[in-house]
Design a protein around this ligand. Sequence first.
Ligand SMILES: [Fe+2]
Length: 173
Amino acid sequence: MFENTLNGFSAVAAPTCQQVTHSMPPEKVEVFKSLEGWASEWVLPLLKPVEQLWQPQDFLPDPTQPFDAFSEQVRELRDRTAELPDEYFVVLVGDMITEGALPTYQTMINTLDGVRDERGASASPWAKWTWSWTVEENCHGDLLRTYLYLSGWVDMCMIERTVQYLISAGMAY
Ligand SMILES: [Fe+2]
């Protein structure tokens, strides 16, 4: 889907895919529907309130610090990342690109036959779980993006272009 986003390589467009209109046969939809009560009782209570969630900012230089203190935190981050082998950056960039296509994943999950969250306001526990899953995944992308940006070791423009190719290609499942 992409060759490499480190310096010297280029973004590559994802291939187009055939559209799929149903994710599962009716009997499997029935199974999903029959589990909604169980999911409401046992799965949704596992979700933490937003105030108790970790935040990307917890792991990043604090921009509300005075400029010198913030600059020092950025310098320390750059010193640490300077020790990382290229292979680590390839993995981090690949993950950031994957996380960047979160709109595609949420759209795909919303349209699964067992979820069918047509307007983003469904009462289905599967839909509610998906919203909170999206919150968590969004944190991954935000943290990776800012971390890689501050590291100064990757071509952010090329990564962003690759994310745009990935999102614009949609997803067939
Ligand atoms: Fe993630």
